[in-house]
Design a protein around this ligand. Structure first.
Ligand code: NAD
Length: 485
């Protein structure tokens, strides 16, 4: 790597499985292309986990990351079970990498793909949603995972998607949510999307429910340009989009924060082919191209990307994209890197060449509109009980605990109202949401009233496992009704 005066320090972790092979090939291409980098290697992943560090990263590695603020990362194996936390999620959250940018492009007719004209970018929220990793077991039968969605989190990612579209000459941003079901959390994402969209009249917008949206990405990907969505949906969607372009091994990915950025491949550590020298290094190499653009080395990024396109166009393919129909030469990881290096300085002749002018940081100051505090009034509480029996019996027992300004108004089981007036067909588990509301309409409920209710429930020999307070925000309920209520 050229260690000239203007070379940029970059933290590098080769990762697990195929990580070391594809990182070696990627760094070889970058060096041959004249990338001005000073690599700072750190060790993360499986070996660190197995040394007993449950986060998968040593404290000293954070010093390098916080100093360089640029991270090129190989894929990581998360050992199953054993309390190991996903290192990818930890790094994204600790460094505030709120935007995951995953371009998916088809290279027809040079790579055999289900669809021939794909050129879309998934901009995935990277810090919130079900990936907050807050899970609990609450009864013999029921386990929960909290889905947390914040207004600043939505605004940051939606604004990033629009800014990305504008900077990269994209025309349309599609928002995907499931707000027909999750009206409060996904509903917030959609609402913030509409608000931010109004500031970008030059960009066309639309909204799709995620299930039909994902089906359309699989069947008509050419209809999409930029897609912005929540964390879990974006994770699934970007794998679908990468796969329909030919191979998950082709996708590069950038994780962007306000100060730091991490670049990687979309795929994982592929333990099934590790050590065989056959992995496709393209995902990591295209992640590295985004990194070069980010650190202002657009000239090198252009050289590498065009040489890569030329190798693909010449039919030099690794096993995952090799096909008798379209490929000319089957190569391994190193052979593919050699083919790219041989073509440095050349451009594709049929695929469109790329041009990255000087390059520009992908990090973006996250403009967040301050949220005006609402007038907030506690009007009740949902008490979740671990209990086994029939709803009528539970309703009668809990109603006898009414008093001190609160009364039982509804019991639901897995969200479906079962008391009063449920129907016998509803399947019930051992986990009941018991809604107590103010006995006097218009009169708020205090924390002390809630605590005294919990004590009455405990003294009656019942087992409360969780409470959720019910609030009105500026007079509007901040909670959902039971299904059937
Ligand atoms: P995977 O992406 O590693 O592999 C899925 C399939 O794609 C496998 O058949 C594999 O051989 C193939 N494949 C993946 N990359 C390839 C490449 N570059 N060239 C050729 N073929 C390739 O997904 P998985 O098997 O579900 O996960 C394996 C491990 O990776 C797990 O521990 C998972 O937690 C981890 N993972 C890490 C990341 C990351 O570090 N960002 C992302 C996803 C999964």
């Amino acid at each position: 790597m050229s260690a000239s005066r203007n070379s940029v320090p970059v933290t590098i972790a080769e990762g697990d499985g195929i990580g070391p092979e594809i990182m070696r090939a990627t760094l070889r291409v970058l060096e041959a292309a004249g990338a001005r980098l000073t690599p700072e290697p750190i060790e993360i992943g499986e070996r660190v986990y197995l040394r007993g560090q449950s986060s998968g990263i040593e404290p000293a590695a954070w010093d390098s990351l916080r100093r360089t603020k640029v991270f090129l990362k190989g894929p990581i194996t998360t050992p199953q079970g054993g309390g190991y936390k996903s290192l990818n999620v930890t790094v994204r959250k600790m460094l505030g990498l709120y935007a995951n940018v995953r371009p998916c492009v088809s290279y027809h007719p040079f790579v055999d793909s289900v669809h021939t004209t794909v050129d879309l970018v998934v901009v995935r929220e990277n810090e919130e949603d079900l990936y907050a990793g807050i899970e609990h077991r609450q009864s013999d039968e029921v386990y929960q995972c909290l889905k947390l969605v914040s207004r600043p989190g939505c605004e940051k990612i939606v604004r990033y998607a629009f800014e990305y579209a504008r900077t990269n000459g994209r025309r349309t941003v599609t928002c995907m949510t499931k707000d027909n079901i999750m009206k409060i959390t996904d509903g917030l994402f959609h609402k913030v999307f509409d608000e931010v969209a109004a500031e970008y009249p030059d960009i066309a917008t639309n909204h799709m429910i995620i299930d039909i949206g994902a089906a359309r990405v699989a069947t008509r990907p050419a209809d999409f340009d930029v897609i912005v969505t929540l964390n879990l949906y974006g994770d699934i969607l970007s794998d679908i989009a990468a796969e329909v372009t030919g191979s998950v091994g082709l996708g590069g990915s950038a994780n962007i924060g306000t100060q730091c950025a991490m670049f990687e491949a979309v795929h994982g550590s592929a333990p099934d082919i590790a050590g065989q020298g056959v992995a496709n290094p393209s995902g990591l190499l295209l992640g590295a191209v985004m990194m070069l653009v980010h650190i202002g080395q657009g000239d090198v990024a252009t050289r590498v990307h065009n040489a890569w396109l030329r190798a693909i166009e010449d039919g030099v393919h690794t096993g995952d994209i090799f096909s008798q129909k379209v490929s000319a030469l089957k190569v391994g990881t190193e052979g593919f890197a050699d083919a790219v290096i041989e073509r440095l300085g050349q451009e594709p002749t049929k695929l469109a060449p790329v041009r990255y002018a000087g390059g520009a940081p992908m990090t973006a100051a996250a403009r967040i509109t301050p949220v005006k505090p609402a007038s907030k009034e506690r009007v009740g509480v949902d008490v979740f009980l671990h209990w086994r029996g029939d709803p009528g019996t539970l309703g009668a027992q809990l109603s006898s605990l009414d008093g001190d300004g609160v009364k039982l108004t509804m019991i639901s089981n897995r969200g479906v109202k079962v008391w009063p007036e449920g129907i016998p067909e509803t399947f019930c588990t051992d986990h009941w949401r018991c809604r107590f509301e103010s006995a006097y309409p218009g009169r708020p409920v205090t924390v002390m009233q809630v605590l005294s209710l919990i004590m009455r429930i405990g003294n009656a020999g019942l087992d409360p496992v969780k409470t959720e307070h019910l609030f009105l925000f500026d007079g509007k309920p901040g909670y959902s009704l039971g299904q059937g209520q």
